[in-house]
Design a protein around this ligand. Sequence first.
Ligand code: ATP
Ligand code: MG
Length: 454
Amino acid sequence: MKPSAAQIVAERIVERLREAAYEAYFAGGCVRDLLLGVVPKDFDVATSAHPDAVLAMFPKTFAVGAHFGVVLVCDKVDVREIVTEVATFRSDGVYLDGRHPAEVRFSASAREDVLRRDFTINGMMLDPILQRETCSLTSSLLDYVGGQNDLRDGIVRAIGEPHRRFEEDKLRMLRAVRFAARFDYVIDPATEQAIRELAPGIAQVSRERVRDELTRMLTEGHARRAFELLDRVGLLRQVLPEIDRLHGIEQPPEYHPEGDAWIHTLLLLEKLRAGAPATLAWGALLHDVGKPATFSHNPPDRIRFNGHVEVGVKIAHEILRRLRFSNEECTQILSLVENHMRFGDVEKMRESTLKRFFRLPRFDEHLELHRIDCLSSHGDLSLYEFAKRRREELPEEQVRPALLVTGRDLIEAGYMPGPQFKQMLAAAEDAQLEGRILTRKQGIELVRAMFPAG
Ligand code: ATP
Ligand code: MG
């Protein structure tokens, strides 16, 4: 595998530190990825050099986590600026708040630094200089925790005593699930047992961090497995009780041969591709969140979920607020939930309604949610195909034409601005979108016929 620009930069940093007689290695996720043959997203360097020494040694640096001994070193390859995290070997002191160590001690050894890391597969270091000389990854590895074996066997295992490690930092519980899902690994039984016992402690982690972990799980291409694991270890009930309630919510078999609302949601998650937009992924997760509260079954009538969309929007809104989503993301996710049943009417929609439907921001996400919703139930894509074809056929200037009749035109025509204006403009726009009027004059005539009071 040809080294990436980020790897070349990180190697240069290790070399400089070595020349100054410090120890320095690649550490953590990048070592894991190199062993897996995956190109690491970024490279982290661990060193015996004190942060002050690192700051002095490189021309462009930022002390981001001075307290934790983390210095960002910036370097350029061609025109690309590459930022490498250089962290001083450390051991963490006691954890008081279930998330952060109260103090860190810079320590002399790589071994100590590894022991404070989360999982064995994330706890290896690599000597890139030795690797270059020997052309061997494994012989240049520092593996104090059996990371290589667990990587080979596909196991996410806490370093040290799992209970203690999760008590220190509760976020690690979500990280365990995320890595197990991403690599399709199992969680080691003792590690899993500790998570089960400590799951309620996830409440100590900030909601933004929980949100970010969940978003990563949803958008890395293994969302179904991630949510199955969250459920299995008891974290789902803690972080998203509203989704946990989808379990056992029966659905009408003629529309949903796949099973209950939980299975249906998992099937959607399975269809989210790696790199899917976060809003689409959350829309998929939440689209049927209103079903448990609206379930009704009065035989011989079929099972119904009357009003599940409106109730779902309300519940989804509470979840998104709780997880501190931005207004922009919240609006889009709620729009996905709110509009997901409208595809049922798409063939019968008036032309003006259809065009307005297509104007929803990022309509492609609505379309994709509908596609995976169908594929996760009855499998009939005819309405999806219809909507997609109509959307592609219609040029933008027909979906969003310049308005023939504006407020100013109405005033010129003798109408007084007032509450009826909105209706008048909407009527004229509908007629325009349906091709019933072609000019401003026709538009004014139409308004006069409909609103004779003017
Ligand atoms: P990714 O590919 O998702 O970035 P990563 O392993 O690089 O995975 P990071 O969050 O970038 O994960 O962290 C880098 C390294 O820092 C980890 O590999 C691990 O050794 C250590 N680490 C990160 N977060 C924690 C934590 N909460 N507790 C202990 N060690 C951690
Ligand atoms: Mg990383």
